[in-house]
Design a protein around this ligand. Structure first.
Ligand code: GLU
Length: 439
């Protein structure tokens, strides 16, 4: 780890992500001299390449804006690089390197042939007009197109990149190359998207939770859940939780949290989905609309009392203080819908208190899994129906759960899902790398 720290100065998120994997696989890897001799972990922790480029676009006032874009191609041992694009002012090389590293393990866990990558820009889509977003996306793709391809690297959405942005990006790729091909996932249905892709990350996280509970002879029905975030992941997780008769007590955005004391109803969720997906509104507006919803400005939901916490907003949103508040309220399960939402200190608190944590690379793998199925549908020029896709998603999440459980079993019979996910995700990539020899 000292080597990783020295080679990646000021890249805290990346060092944190690598440190977590190193800590979890250290003991297990001791008996695997082949992995050791081939320096597999050290090689996975050095991206295959990082492409960084200038993105210039003109705003509505005719001013030129200069932004930076990246694609981190971390590892393609088991399939083409695959992972989202994030547009947000907080994006930098460290954040994208950590996300590409995590994606490598996550994609491996899905069992589908996908390597790990991530990209994005420090461009913040909030408050920009449609025309500005289009010009930015076209400029971004004008450089990115030469580095991607359906068998090379297949980007998708992430924070700040939804179906609107994917449409502009895909259109520009098609215009430049003259090729209609499955080079992006998260597309809309008329041009090669997959049913169930928007729902997949949130639904998949709830399927994982359901498996985790079943393994302890518990059920989701009647459980209370505090959720953060109000993007795709949070709002579709909320939908599936309500379907399973669990109680959704909160949602949030970067300005604050809404609290729903008696649990969110399906009608309220419909209203919030329209607000967020179509009107691009703020979560506080739900409290103006419904009497039983209270808004807490500037607050996160972690002080609230519940059985399960699902952080679905962004990295490091649960710090040590939040973890102490949650364990003080006897939270039993944490399901990471966002990527690396728990700081290392917070994770120590959960481990010490015996909280069962479903790590992001397992719990939120449903999104990229259905992206993998979108690639298959594009390759065979077919659309599959919802039922088939939901069955496949359920199967994949159950399989990920079982793999993590098996690899994460502790001597006392308890399960460390984080360790299990890291070991099971690592093994497949490592075996492929071993097969290729030194490169
Ligand atoms: N951005 C999502 C993730 O973190 C999805 C990536 C994809 O579909 O390629 O897994």
């Amino acid at each position: 780890m000292q080597g990783v720290k020295d080679r990646n100065p000021h890249q805290d998120e990346f060092v944190q992500a690598v440190g977590e994997v190193a800590e979890d696989i250290y003991e297990w890897i001791q008996d695997r001299s082949d992995y050791h001799n081939a320096q597999i972990l050290q090689r996975i922790a050095e991206p295959d390449r990082i492409i960084s480029f200038r993105v210039v676009w003109e705003d509505d006032d005719k001013h030129l804006q200069v932004q930076r874009g990246w694609r981190v191609q971390n590892n393609n041992a088991i399939g083409p690089y695959k992972g989202g694009l994030r547009f947000s002012s907080g994006v930098n090389e460290s954040v994208l390197k950590f996300l590409a590293f995590e994606q490598t393990f996550k994609n491996s866990l899905t069992g589908l042939p996908m390597g790990g990558g991530k990209g994005g820009s420090d461009f913040d889509p909030h408050g920009k007009s449609d025309a500005e977003i289009m010009r930015f996306c076209q400029s971004f793709m004008t450089e990115l197109y030469r580095h991607i391809g359906p068998d090379v690297d297949v980007p998708a959405g992430d924070i700040g990149v939804g179906s609107r942005e994917i449409g502009y990006l895909f259109g520009q790729y098609k215009r430049i190359t003259g090729r209609w091909e499955g080079v992006l996932t998260g597309k809309e249905m008329p041009y090669g998207g997959s049913r169930m892709r928007p729902e997949a990350t949130g639904f998949g996280a709830v399927y994982f939770l359901r498996e985790m509970l079943a393994a302890q002879d518990e059920e989701l029905k009647g459980k209370s859940v505090i959720l953060s975030g109000s993007g795709n992941v949070a709002l579709y997780a909320a939908q599936k939780l309500i379907d399973c008769e669990a109680k959704v007590l909160s949602l949030s955005d970067s300005d604050g949290t809404i609290e729903i004391e008696d649990g969110l109803t399906g009608d309220q969720l419909d209203w919030i989905q329209t607000l967020k997906f179509e009107q691009r509104g703020r979560i506080s507006e739900a409290a103006d609309e419904f009497d039983d919803i209270t808004y807490h400005e500037g607050k996160q939901p972690w002080q609230m009392d519940a059985d399960v916490a699902m952080p679905c907003a962004t990295q490091n949103e649960i710090d040590e203080g939040a973890a102490k508040a949650l364990t003080g309220n006897d939270i039993a399960y944490v399901v990471e819908g966002a990527n690396m939402p728990t700081t290392a200190d917070a994770m120590d608190v959960f481990r010490a208190k015996g909280v069962t944590v479903a790590p992001a690379k397992a719990a939120n793998a449903g999104g990229v899994a259905v992206s993998g199925l979108e690639m298959s549908q594009n390759a065979e020029r077919m659309h599959w129906d919802r039922e088939k896709l939901d069955d496949l998603l359920t199967e994949i999440m159950t399989d990920i759960h079982d793999k993590c459980r098996k690899a994460g079993e502790c001597d006392d019979g308890s399960v460390d899902y984080r360790r299990g996910a890291n070991i099971a995700g690592f093994e497949k990539v490592a075996d492929a790398m071993l097969a290729y020899g030194v490169m």
